[in-house]
Design a protein around this ligand. Sequence first.
Ligand code: FAD
Length: 568
Amino acid sequence: MIRINQIKLLNDGKNMRSHNELCDVLKKKAAKLLRITENDVEDIVIMRQSIDARKKPQIVDVFMIDVSVKGASDKKAEEKIVSRAKDKGITVVTPVTYNFLERAGIEGDMPSKALDTRIAVIGSGPAGLFCAYMLASNGFKPVVFERGADVDKRQEIVEKFWETGKLDTRTNVQFGEGGAGTFSDGKLNTMVKDKDGRGRKALSLFTAFGADSKIMYDAKPHIGTDVLRKVVKNMRNEIISLGGEFRFETQVTDIVLSKDGGVNALVANGEEIPFDIAVLAIGHSARDTFSMLKDREVSMQKKPFAVGFRVEHPQKLINLSQYGIEEPKSLPVASYKLVMNTKEGRGVYSFCMCPGGYVVNASSEEGRLAVNGMSYSGRDSENANSAIIITVDPKDFGSDDVLAGVEFQRKLEEKAYELGGGKIPVEYYEDFKKAVSPFEDKTGDKNNPKEPVRFRDVCKPNTKGAYVFSNVHEILPDDLNKSFVEGMEKFGTMIKGYNSPDALIAGVETRTSSPVRINRTQSGESENIKGLYPCGEGAGYAGGIMSAAMDGIKIAEFIAKKLVETLR
Ligand code: FAD
């Protein structure tokens, strides 16, 4: 395959092309660059599309495409064409194609005896769902346990919670079919390198189950909560049709171990159910399950994570900063990524940025409140929001207990709940900053606007779940508040108006990643419990929908490999 990098097309807003029209334009470009006729181009596949706004307001779409050329059936023939093209951006590549058995190191078919293994998948978030799908599509019959409700019932329960404030601790934004990401922005990008093709495989499954195929090449793929729910349901139905099983509203409350220290059975709804293998894809919020694992002495360790607030700005302000236009018609609403280090050595960064989104009440425990961000596929709300979070590590947790990070989160969430009386507490940045006193702006950046940008009239809290103005600055300890303000001021030098007095600060963002790691070996198994496979974000091996899905696929490969090896 011949890969062409950096094909640039001006995005002038006038020429909004359909996918087919775009492919025609790219085909013409490819032929010219390869010095062949358009007729000689067999096919092109768009591998990546990104936006270059460095010379805003002139915006350029940048493409990476793979081209197959008629008559060039082997690498040698392709290399000949590439050398003729004399362009560093053009190379011959061997695309990575994903094959489950090959990745699992299995030759031939899966032995039928291995397929009789009783496998439980605990959790139906992306990690559990993709793991179960890979197992089921390769002949296994996994049983998926999910403490929360199926996605339709869950949607009703969550919407009712947002309307009434009455929390269901079994089914909520964290728990239920599809996991924590179901009521999310549905961003599908990841920092994890995709050398084994699991990322592309995961994207192709999202597409097969209902997402737009553009996610296969968009540099910032996004599907929104509405499409995500559809995908999750279609995937579940496919797993069932392949012989898998789902048990909703069924929490696994214990693991029964055999004499040799391996998984023997699971306890769910008071019933003991025999299993040989259990995939622990429980997410970062299953605090009671973490406690059970601690009681069972499953090898775990504390791990750093990050806490902070959701910050809202008018989407127009972000568009203007990123594109030089307030309302771009032919571009996706703008996003951002911000990172800095404070003088005290804390990292402060934007996390789970949701353009055109909502701040959501994402609580899962009575008397405790946590926020997060969500959007629909249209990303058409008036505000952009993002978590601005500060790194914390076990030194901050105040105890040596392996679950000290959980208790640290709980205290912050209790404070947030208390401040808002169960509603999302919100504060203008101006008031927050004044209260975090004495604050010295040490950033000393000359570009900082003297007159702060104000937009109070046009930025109202855009939340799912009621909000109330309150003293959000009372939630975090002083040093973290100062790091937050230091971060906000620095970010104001990167995006004009980011540190506006009118920016809205909502608290508290605590569920950023898991506060523990459930230790596993190189082959994916728990360090001390045979047959137990920690997986995804809760186990500390993923951060986000895509990486959790990729980890789920990886764990399915590990399981298949182990079973084949054991049978030999
Ligand atoms: P989870 O998705 O948390 O799934 C774990 C599942 O296990 C849950 O459904 C839970 O109910 C179940 N479970 C737990 N314990 C038990 C038990 N004992 N028995 C039975 N079932 C159990 N990430 C992105 O990449 N992009 C985004 O846009 C994005 N937006 C987000 C917005 C919100 C509001 C939230 C809350 C998260 C968002 N995230 C986003 C993060 C993303 O959702 C997680 O990284 C991802 O879902 C982790 O996947 P997982 O499968 O490891 O765990």
